[in-house]
Design a protein around this ligand. Sequence first.
Ligand SMILES: [Zn+2]
Length: 326
Amino acid sequence: MNWTFPAGRLFGISLRVHWILPISIAIYYAQAVSRSGIWGLEWMTVTTLIYLVSVLIHELAHCWMAIGLGGHAEQIVLWPLGGLSFVHHSGAPRDQIKVSVVGPLADLLIAAAAAGILLLTHAPWSWDYLNPFGEWWPYPLTTAQGFVLHALKLNLIIGLFQLCVPAYPLDGGQMLVAWLTLRYGRQRAAVVNSFIAFPIGGALAVWGFAIGDFFLGLIGVWVLFEAYQIRQLARWGDLDAHPAFAQTPEFDYMPDREKPRRKGWLARWRERRHERARAREAQGAAALREEVDAILDKVSRVGLGGLTAHEKRILDEASKRSRGEP
Ligand SMILES: [Zn+2]
């Protein structure tokens, strides 16, 4: 990947860092120190560590799941918008969903562990700890507990954001693309993804830049760019060129079209009613036939004159029916 430098290996996986990451960390350091002096330095060091470790655990979860499914992990790249893991696996949408979901789950696990530490160290509990939009530090906590709370909130926000925003290339979006591919085939999955991702990307970009969260705005732009690219490749019939679809060319079909449509409840109720009516009619006809047989038997024994008025009426009715009269 361009603009990155190697930063060693982690559990056998090559780690690279994008140049913009240290530059933006340096800018944040300068801002924090000029605002709060030594405390700013301390704060930046601990929060940067929390951030980097959290991102690495998230990416390692993706890598380990891919390896566990028989694939392999090529490298992890750290950049200002988080991490990117380059993994290969069977390419089956089901495997992609598993690889994508474990990243945000790892974040939520770290958040739960941080909440556990706060409870175990007798921090006065507040439900606001779990509110991503709440204050990050006005609580009566020790400095160490304050940093644990920081880890809790950061991982809760990243985990929920990655899991719940269904826009590629966020993890939730990758899961959506895989699910759509499984259900509707590759081509339709690409088109539907773009329909969903365009408004989400636009909203994130506008909102991010409006509230001054530069990186959220950039994530919005990134989502827009990917949605546009996928839409174009789908139009040109060239989805093999995109990493989200390249591994699944066997899903070039629309399984939905071939499935017979299930009948609605009204149609099923009508069908059942007709069946019951037909059964009743058949029963009535069988009963009549039996009666007629018995009467004809009597005629052969005692002659027509021996029949009662009721028996004559039944014969009459049976002969009408056999001629098709009502
Ligand atoms: Zn992820």
